[in-house]
Design a protein around this ligand. Sequence first.
Ligand code: SAM
Length: 204
Amino acid sequence: MKYIIEHMEKGFSEWVILEYAQILRDVGFENLILTSLPQGTTQDDIPDKLTQLGLQWSTKDVTHFIPASTPRSRLCLLDPKAEKDLEPSDKQAFDYFIFGGILGSHPPKDRTGVLREKLKCPGRRLGELQMSTDTAVRATKHILDGTRMENLKCIDYPEIRFNKHEATEMPFRYILDGNGRPILPDGMLDLIKKDTERTLDDFF
Ligand code: SAM
């Protein structure tokens, strides 16, 4: 278990499910735990897609989940406000990499600050722009596998165009795939299109 996501959203929205599902595919279910689910959560409350991918979860919050024998100095909070960027050598320095299970807002609200206060552990940044949680986990994995942050091929605030008339800007930094396209969770493009159409319907 290497990656911990402290769930900080209410429930499981479609966006959150797609992000968590992609993280599970990227890092493997054995390397991830989702902490801080509401007390009383049962397996039936976990979305099928995440259960099928083997999601491990806990109602404990991250501070109670981590064994008391692990010193705070071995925990790394991925924090957009940290002073140092994550480096490949940090793989040896830390046992757990912790992320906020937060859907980003624009401008960013620093909800990661709640974790900063709670954990009081070292923090590392992944560049100066906010990433979606799945992108942050993907970037962390690449860096721990040896690629420096500055060598990750990224795009900032990409425009997702559906047709001549419809486009939406994503206010995040994304990693690019081999074809130069931003990597989004499977199913996210369809969901964004659906949400855009809903917003337009509400507007007219
Ligand atoms: N603006 C948001 C906030 O309220 O803090 C950022 C949330 S971001 C969508 C979700 C998580 O991804 C963060 O809690 C953090 O763990 C990680 N993350 C995203 N961008 C990051 C960056 N540039 N550096 C370090 N961690 C980042």
